[in-house]
Design a protein around this ligand. Structure first.
Ligand code: NAD
Length: 371
């Protein structure tokens, strides 16, 4: 299949850039899915792709996902992503990431990058040496630092919206929540849930984290196999993708699924199945958009308070998804896609897609860069 056919099959992207620098061993692909709402933002993954087609399909899929996520979050951002083909354990060099940064810079703000799987803040510092179009850099450079507390706060808002929708409750007091995963997002989430006086059950493969959470908040713990079937009101996946699958779906006792993990549905049909079972699913990319909101605030000139305020919008975004699901009689996963597509279509018509975003008020990075 030719490259344009692959692009047509995976989302009709605006632009796909192949970055090649033999001297430093760089082979990367930047995919810009859609810039109707604003510059395309999405992280750079580094991985051992078996074939170039595998890398291309991955970057096309991920960048399209970012368009939907930004749109559903109400942000003026488009969707983009980059992949670097190589082993993150052995092939990371300053020269490689600076060469990559020069390619990002050549797009003049049409694409803004960030760290992702296989890359860290350290490499983004190298990218930042060559371009201001990078986010998630350290606080000392005007960046926003770790996004996970903001992601977790957004998930808390998602749980509040879902509990309101499903049970008509305005408070989480006494609501039973089973949290899968106590990592960066999960641990911050359970701290918030403890403050809300929710009744929390936790699990993690890392027993130290489980012990710490139970000792700190008096939570109950179960094994990793049991968490899906805990008798509770809300199941909150905050660890892995594809947790809602053919095996797990029949075990769910919760009436709400709402968590921070990416790609919770193994397949779209599992969203339909949840809908048929009367379980309210808060679509993952709408629920976990707090981290992206935090990065967006970084682009405008970072303020932690404004970032936290922004994550409150997850509540209304999900309420809109639930309303569309009822309006169109579809599952919430389908409704979320419709909401994202509608906003891209309507707002995109107002703002003509254009080739450069250099006039946008993304002040902080530029000021720091020009010092
Ligand atoms: P993390 O690696 O810090 O935490 C994941 C936790 O899950 C770890 O504590 C790990 O031990 C645990 N875990 C792994 N396998 C498990 C299993 N089978 N059962 C129970 N626990 C298990 O990652 P994170 O940053 O907290 O992200 C969690 C999820 O949220 C991921 O899917 C990530 O893509 C998604 N996400 C994170 C952010 C963010 O801001 N960090 C933003 C959006 C989405």
């Amino acid at each position: 299949m030719g490259s344009f056919e692959v692009i047509a099959k995976h989302g009709e992207h605006e632009q796909v850039v192949f970055c090649n620098n033999k001297d430093v061993g760089l082979k990367a692909i930047i995919a810009i899915h859609n810039t109707a709402l604003g510059p395309a933002l999405g992280g750079t993954r580094m991985g051992n792709y078996k074939t170039e087609d595998e890398a291309l399909i991955d970057v096309l899929r991920l960048s399209k996902g970012m368009s939907y996520k930004a749109s559903a979050a109400g942000l003026n951002l488009g969707g983009g992503k980059a992949v670097i083909i190589g082993d993150p354990k052995t092939q990371k060099t300053e020269a490689l990431f600076r060469a990559f940064g020069r390619f990002v810079n050549s797009l003049n703000g049409r694409y803004i990058t960030a760290e992702d799987v296989g890359t860290t803040v350290r490499e983004m510092e190298y990218v930042f040496m060559e371009t201001p179009w990078v986010t998630g850099i350290p606080k000392t450079f005007g960046g926003s630092g770790d996004p996970s507390p903001y992601t977790a706060h957004g998930v808390l808002m998602g749980i509040k919206a879902s509990v309101k929708e499903k049970f008509g409750a305005d408070s989480l007091k006494g609501i039973r929540v089973a949290v899968q995963g106590l990592g960066n997002v999960g641990y911050h989430l359970v701290e918030y849930l403890a403050k809300e006086q929710a009744v929390v059950t936790v699990t993690d493969i890392d027993q130290e984290r489980v012990k710490k959470a139970c000792a700190q908040f008096g939570f109950k713990a179960v094994s990793t196999d049991e968490i899906v079937s805990v008798d509770c009101d809300v199941f909150s996946p905050c660890a892995l993708g594809a947790v809602i699958n053919d095996q797990s779906i029949r075990q769910i006792k919760a009436k709400v699924v709402c968590g921070g993990a990416n790609n919770q549905l193994a397949e779209a049909r599992h969203g339909d199945m949840l809908n048929e079972m009367g379980i309210l699913y808060a679509p993952d990319y709408v629920t976990n958009a707090g981290g992206l909101m935090n990065v967006f605030v970084e682009l405008e000139g970072y303020s932690p308070d404004r970032a936290l305020d922004k994550t409150v919008e997850v509540y209304n975004n999900l309420m809109n998804v639930f309303a569309i699901a009822k309006r169109d009689r579809v599952g919430t996963h389908t409704a979320a896609d419709r909401m994202a597509e509608e906003r891209i279509a309507v707002i995109g018509k107002l703002k003509q897609t254009h080739q450069g975003f250099s006039s946008r008020p993304f002040s902080t990075l530029r000021e720091v860069k020009n010092r």
